[in-house]
Ligand binder design. Structure first.
Ligand code: SAM
Length: 248
């Protein structure tokens, strides 16, 4: 998968060299290219922003550097793949695990993290006409820039790519995953030692009985979801959370 990021703070994306994403890059599973938007400015001050039409506080990112940058990045493709342009903005549709799964299936994503009050609207209109373009929010709060949202989205997407996680099964039961846990939050997890500060792990986990363990995990997932995110189960058929434990 190829990921391009156009930003005025390329250093902000350095964590993409670390951990799981960094390893995926080193193994050639992920081709990440970070570009400095100011390379596509032509004045002495490398200006990327200007005052908003209609007045008001803050500055708006100018369309010309963004247009030149996106044209150049897209032209550097092999001509066969078409990118999905991902525009981080608090005004976008919510980024979810389901969206991460969909984007992980695409060969090429181009991220446009903004600063100030965002990018001149005409840029979104221009590229939405030619390409699949998603305006995406990572949550109901406002950050100073879109670089942190790009880090968040990249990590969520990269761990779903084939071969990136050591164990291909490990995201099957993750919170929100449509698979094993039917979109519930994952319940508690434990490791050795069996007793720590007088606290024992739940006995069922030592039983070796896969069916009972699976049922316990699902019960815990349901309990946590009902407590912390009742919206995830409201209106759903209870049968959706059940499965035949004899087959596990
Ligand atoms: N005035 C804008 C508004 O209220 O929608 C907020 C602009 S914000 C200060 C600057 C940039 O940070 C945005 O254009 C976007 O790239 C990024 N950003 C901030 N919060 C975000 C969020 N919750 N999700 C995705 N991107 C966000």
């Amino acid at each position: 998968m190829r990921l391009d990021v156009v930003t005025i703070f390329p250093e902000y994306l350095e964590p993409l060299n670390l951990s799981l994403v960094g390893k995926a890059r080193a193994r050639g599973q992920l081709d990440v290219r970070v570009h400095d938007l100011r390379e596509w400015t032509h004045d002495r001050h490398n200006t990327v922003d200007d005052t908003p039409y209609g007045g008001g506080p803050g500055m708006v990112m100018k369309p010309e550097p963004w247009g030149e940058a996106l044209d150049a990045v897209i032209a550097s493709g092999d001509g066969e793949e078409r990118p999905v342009v991902v525009v981080p903005t608090p005004g976008g549709e919510p980024f979810t695990q389901e969206m991460a799964v969909r984007l992980a299936e695409r060969p090429w994503l181009v991220f446009t993290p903004a600063r100030y009050e965002g990018i001149d609207r005409r840029v979104v209109e221009e590229y939405a006409r030619e390409y699949e373009l998603l305006e995406v929010s990572i949550g109901d709060y406002v950050l100073a820039g879109g670089e942190a949202p790009v880090l968040v989205m990249t990590e969520a997407i990269a761990r779903l790519l084939p071969g990136v996680l050591g164990n291909a099964e490990s995201h099957r039961d993750d919170s929100f995953a449509p698979g094993g846990m039917a979109g519930l939050l994952e319940g508690p997890v434990y490791t050795k030692p069996p007793v720590w500060r007088g606290r024992s792990i739940p006995e069922v986990l030592l039983s070796g009985h896969h069916g009972r363990i699976a049922r316990w995990r699902r019960d815990e997932a349901l309990r946590r979801t009902a407590r912390n995110r009742p919206d995830l189960i409201a209106g759903r058929d209870p049968a959706a959370f059940d499965r035949d434990d004899r087959r596990i």
